[in-house]
Design a protein around this ligand. Sequence first.
Ligand code: URA
Length: 267
Amino acid sequence: MPSLTPELAQTLQARIRYYRDLGIYDLYRRGEAQPEAVSVIESELVTNSEPEPTIPSRKAVPLPSLPVISADLAVDRSVALRAIQDELDNCTRCPLAFQGRHTIVFGDGNPDARLMFIGEGPGADEDAQGLPFVGRAGQLLNNMITAMGLKRSDVYIANIVKCRPPQNRVPEPEEANTCAPFLFRQIDVIRPEVIVALGSTAATYLLGGKSPLARLRGRIHETRGAKLIVTYHPAYLLRDPSQKKETWKDLQLAMAELGLKAPKSQG
Ligand code: URA
């Protein structure tokens, strides 16, 4: 068993900080690669104290049996997202778990996306397929993405809540506040440059407060290190297509932030 030299301690500290930047908080051991050393560094990060002179035994520092993230694995964003998704397996943290949910709709798209779209919560189609925005509103969102000169596979799409609210009602604050931290961790892993909030619920929980949509549109906000642009929800646009023009202005704002040019046909 190699001893914990200052160089090894520094390397491991840097590695664990990197995992935390990716949204991975729970490490546990695989194989025999200096597992105790990892435990020591972890407790150091938590307590910010001097390194322990002795290496604690496995028993002394029990770690939770959460997703396997090996400290010597080349972690990328999809692994980090998978770890968050695994924590949500059969989630029963809020009442939506017991109100007819069939699947937990985690999110979909490019883990390295520069642009994220965030909606309210899954509808019936999303609940059936396990993917966000695959129904009628999703079709319109796909068209919006195409109009921006992008493909759906270029962006990442998620919702404030990951389980379908019955009758597509607005998620209750208890539900949204329970679920949103998982979304925040997804954002922290993906680190998009721009987030487009689709509708009032997404705007409220991403901004941490409620304001009329009209007051939020047309300017750049900030959330979790990303620029946040607020626009209408595609389901609302299906009911009132006259607002599509305004929505296009919001999308152009997002495109300008990303340095994207509209395809020719959009003018
Ligand atoms: N509406 C949303 O807010 N999200 C979806 O995934 C589908 C419809």
